[in-house]
Structure formats: C-alpha cells, structure tokens
Design a protein. Structure first.
Lengths: 337, 252
C-alpha cells in the first residue's frame, strides 16, 4: 500500500514538475495529417524574410486545395470567383477592374488599397470568405470534393470559414513572382540593355526617386502614401481616411508592387491611367498639391515634379517592363485546375 | 522482504524518479533562468519638439528658424552602444531599427549588462561602416525599406525624418530629411548617471526634433533643401546638428 502511494506521489510530482517547467513554452499542436507534402517557398536574398504561421504549414495539397477555391464560384453566392477579376495572364488582376494584383501578398500585413484589413494572410482571407464573398459554408459542406479535400489537408470533417481562409492563404502564399529580367540582373545572370539600365538609374536615384516607396525586392514598401493624384478628396479618393478617420490620411493609398506592372493596367486605385507612360507623366509633372501630399513627393528646386526628358521617361518605362515575370504568369502551380 | 526493506526500496524509487524529473526538466527551463550577475535595460524613444510631445502629422511646432512644422514619420537606426562606469564598460554590437510611431518598434533592449552606476552612454544614429553595406542586415521589411541604393553609394538610410511645414506664404510643403553614407554617421554622447542594478531597468530617450534644425546650424526649411538625400552639404549640417538630439531619463 505504502509503495503504491509513493509511486502515485512520484508520478504526480514528475507530471507537476513537467507541467510547471514547460507550460510557457508549450504550443498548440497542429492537428494536421502527416502524409502531406511540405512545400518550401524560395525567394532571392533581397526579398524580406517571409514569416509563416506555425498552424498553417504550406503543403502541396494545401496549395492545391486553395487553388481550387480560387478558381471556383462556389466561394461566392453570386457566381463570383477570385479568378473572375484576377487572371493569371494579367499577373492576377484584370484590365476591367482596378483590383490590386495578387503578387507576393505573403509578405503583406495590410491589404486592399486603403488597408481596410490588417494582419496576416489568414485574416484577409477570412475577410474574403465572410464579407467579400459571404461564402455559403453549408453549400461548401455539401460538396463531396471539398469535404474530401479538407479532410485530407486539415483532417477536418467539417469545412469552416477558418479552414477556407487557411486553404486560400496557402495558395496566395505560393503566388510568388521572383524571376523577372530585373531579378536576373540583380543575381548577375542577365544584363539590362542601355535603355533599361538608364531607367534603373533613374528609378534608384533622386532623379526618379521611385525606390523610396517601391523598395527594391518586393517593389513596394507596404505603406500608404498620397502621391498627388488629387487635391480634393471625395468618394473613393479619400483612401485610407475611410479606415482611420484621420485627416492626415486623406488621399493615402497602399503602394502597389511594381512587379509585372506591364501586365496590370489600369493603374492607380481608380484605374485612371491606362499606360505606364501616363503614370510616369503623372510623377513628372502632374502631381497635385494638398496638405496631405507625401513629403517624399516634394523636391528642391522642382517642387512637385521630376523634370524628366522624353528619353528619361522612355528609359524608366523600359526598366519597369523588366519586372515582367512570365514564369509567374505561366506557373502551372497557379493555373486553373 | 521486510517492511523496512520495502520502505527503503520505495524511497529509492521516489528519489530516482525525482532526480530523473529534475534532470529532464532542467534543459527546458534554461531559457527562463536568470543570471544574477547581469541586468537588462529597455530604452524607449519618444519624439518631442522642445518640451512638447509630438503628435504625428500635427503641423504646429516651431523650430529655431521660425518654421512651423510637423512630423509624419521618423525611422532610424541606433547602434554602437557603449555604457561606461568608473570601473566597467558595456558594449552592444546590435543595431536597432526604431520607428517611434509604432509602439513595438519604439524601443530597444539591452541585456547582459554588468550592474554598475554608469555615468555615460554613447551611441550612433545610423550604422558603422562595417554594417553599412548593402544587404548586411537581416532582410526584414523595415531594413529593406531603409536600403540606400547602390547607385547612390549603398548601405542603408541612417535616418528618415519626414513631415510638413508652412512656407513663407503659409502654404503646406513637405520635407524629407534623409541621412546615409558613412561620413554622416552621428555619434551621440550622453552624460547621465544610470543606476543599473540587478534587475530590468527602463529609460526614456527623448528625441527633440528641434535639435535637428539647430545647433550649430540654424536650418530653415523654407531656405535650405527640404529634401536632403542628394545634398551632401545639407546632410552634413543635419548630421552636426543631431549630436545633441537626445536627452536621457531613467524611469526605474
């Protein structure tokens, strides 16, 4: 009897010690099947570090499930799918809308033109599922295909908005553009021609001063700026003000990536420009003054303008086109299933 | 087996299990152990215009030249930190990215500080020449956004200070004080008694923006370059002004 008591006390002591010593470092185990194929995202050294959530590890099966959802109108109640406005050939946007392109969004933590959704990829996907598409989850659960796939990827018998957001997040994280001519130039495996080189110089010096917001790498700083499109702000043009209510945010919009910019017309939050030449012209001489104009848009001696020549503008456009990545727009992993 | 033998066996078993538990648990506790011979310090940066705490984007502060100005963004690196007491010198080799606008990025932490009454702290605003090389820092989004393009010399921005001011006609204009390049590394030296005991201490570094625009050079935003990155003289003047931009207070 005494021996048994000692054993119970001993075991309890061990369990208690383990519990107290480790509780701060414990984590919720990922309840995912083990027979999945891990997928590692690779990217060049000049990209920021990609942070991935431990509770939604990337797998080929998960990405494929997200891909099916991306192209499937089942995600909405009115026949819409993500792919309706985001064509792969157009670097996942479309000429008929001013939707932001789905490129390298895994590095983002604020989404949409005005940053309405902040947080992780799973957060923005939850917004898409619950608010943008208002997905009929019951309908989703009646799909034999999706029930089987979610069981396989997330070991769940029920499809929930959270799991939908997780699967979509996997696909979005896999939408990586990193193989343009400019990337090859950065990696010293290709050269730019004379015009492209001059354009790169304009881009990365004060002459064009593009690099401050379109940081090399992702070609966005993931911040918000007023680039002088308007001096009076009404309707959609109020930008981030709609989210924060701060007057200083009037006319501020998220910096879009310039990767594949050649394919993502029309430009700006309202699609007001249809060509890259028009965009360059805006920065050169059409910036409008307002009290919330980004300080970076002012230049000594040439306030609100760059003073580019026709050749400079052509060179800048030539460089911008080196950001086109056809391996991205033809990536089989991202194609319609 | 006699009753006493059983008890001895039981005690042996108890002792063995306890010992195993202690040995097993010890490595898992390593991270939480406290070394009683060292202490930590947290330095939080707050933005001021003279004695007034800055409200971001509020164009309502005055500098020595009489400009009415506001601050929209401040991003900079603190590195090369050395604390000295009569008998001890503490050096940190870390570089800290600071964005006082964002609480989680408005401070830096120093650890393994030998307890002492420190009387002096020096630091760089910027990065020393060994670190100020393109891609030398971990590629976080913040560090990538601070890159100083190779076309302009490479490395990183030491400082971005941006905002608006009213010109002589009362029109709002922007300014962008950007510093980079090794010759513009700012050394700050603060003489202050810092009681660094065995526990965690907190300090506040007040960044007085007015000192960016004065001492020794009165920098008039309406007359000087409101955009410094390609202007060596403007950057030199700002560099010289900024050596006394900080004041230090010990909070506990």
């Amino acid at each position: 009897m005494f021996l048994r008591l000692i054993r119970i006390i001993s075991r309890s002591a061990v369990l208690l010690l383990l519990f107290w010593s480790c509780r701060k470092e414990s984590s919720v185990p990922v309840d995912a099947p083990v027979n999945l194929t891990p997928y590692a995202i690779t990217y060049p050294y000049y990209f920021p570090i990609l942070e991935l959530p431990a509770n939604n590890p990337l797998t080929l099966e998960g990405i494929d499930l997200g891909r099916h959802l991306y192209y499937d109108t089942i995600l909405s109640r009115d026949g819409r799918a993500c792919a309706n406005c985001h064509f792969q050939a157009s670097a996942f946007t479309t000429y008929t809308s001013n939707a932001l392109a789905h490129i390298n969004l895994g590095w983002n933590n604020s989404f949409l033109w005005n940053g309405k959704v902040q947080g992780s990829m799973e957060d923005i996907m939850m917004f898409e599922v619950e608010q943008f598409f208002n997905t009929d989850v019951a309908k989703m659960n009646r799909s034999v295909f999706y029930r089987k796939e979610f069981k396989k990827v997330y070991n769940s018998d029920t499809i929930t908005p959270q799991l939908l957001s997780y699967a979509l997040s996997q696909f979005f994280r896999a939408m990586v553009s990193k193989n343009s001519l400019c990337d090859k130039f950065f990696l010293h495996t290709a050269s730019l021609n004379a015009s492209q080189t001059r354009g790169f110089n304009i881009f990365t010096t004060e002459k064009g001063d593009c690099f401050h917001c379109h940081s090399l790498g992702l070609f966005t700083d993931n911040k918000f700026h007023n680039i002088g499109l308007d001096s009076i702000f009404i309707g959609v043009n109020v930008g981030r003000y709609n989210v924060t209510g701060k007057e200083s945010d009037l006319g501020h919009f998220k910096t879009p990536t310039l990767r594949n910019i050649e394919l993502t017309a029309p430009y700006m939050h309202d699609g007001r420009y249809t060509t890259l030449e028009e965009v360059v012209d805006h920065y050169d001489s059409k910036v409008k003054h307002s009290n919330t104009l980004d300080p970076i848009m002012t230049k000594p001696s040439k306030l609100y303008g760059l003073g580019l020549t026709s050749q400079d503008k052509a060179d800048l456009v030539a460089f911008l086109k080196t950001l086109t990545d056809t391996s991205f727009t033809n990536n089989p992993l991202l194609q319609k299933p | 087996m006699s009753r006493s033998c059983k008890r001895i066996e039981s005690l042996k078993l108890f002792a063995t299990i306890l010992l195993a538990a202690v040995v097993f648990c010890f490595p898992s506790c390593k991270k939480e152990s406290i070394d009683p011979t060292y202490s930590k310090a947290k330095f939080t940066i707050q933005m001021y215009s003279a004695d007034t705490k800055i409200v971001w984007d509020n164009v309502g502060y005055s500098n020595a030249a009489g400009n009415t100005f506001g601050v929209s963004n401040a991003n900079f690196y603190i590195s090369g930190i050395v604390m000295k007491s009569a008998t001890k010198t503490y050096t940190s080799k870390k570089a800290f990215y600071i964005d006082p606008k964002i609480a989680a990025k408005s401070y830096f932490l120093l650890d393994s500080i030998p307890p002492a009454d420190y009387t002096e702290i020096t630091m760089y605003i910027g990065l020393d020449k060994n670190t100020n090389k393109s891609n030398s820092l971990i590629a976080t989004t913040d560090n990538v956004n601070m890159a100083w393009p190779d076309m302009m010399g490479g490395g990183y921005h030491f400082l971005k200070l941006e905002g608006s001011y009213l010109d002589s006609l009362n029109v709002t204009k922007g300014y962008a004080i950007h510093l980079g390049k090794n010759e513009n590394l700012i050394t700050v030296k603060l003489t202050k008694l810092m009681h660094q005991k065995y526990w965690n201490h907190t300090y506040t570094l007040n960044f007085n923006v007015n000192e960016v625009f004065a001492n020794p050079y009165k920098y008039d935003l309406d007359l000087e370059a409101n955009y410094t990155m390609s202007d060596s003289l403007a950057m030199l003047r700002i560099k010289n002004n900024m050596t006394d931009v900080f004041t230090l207070n010990q909070d506990n």
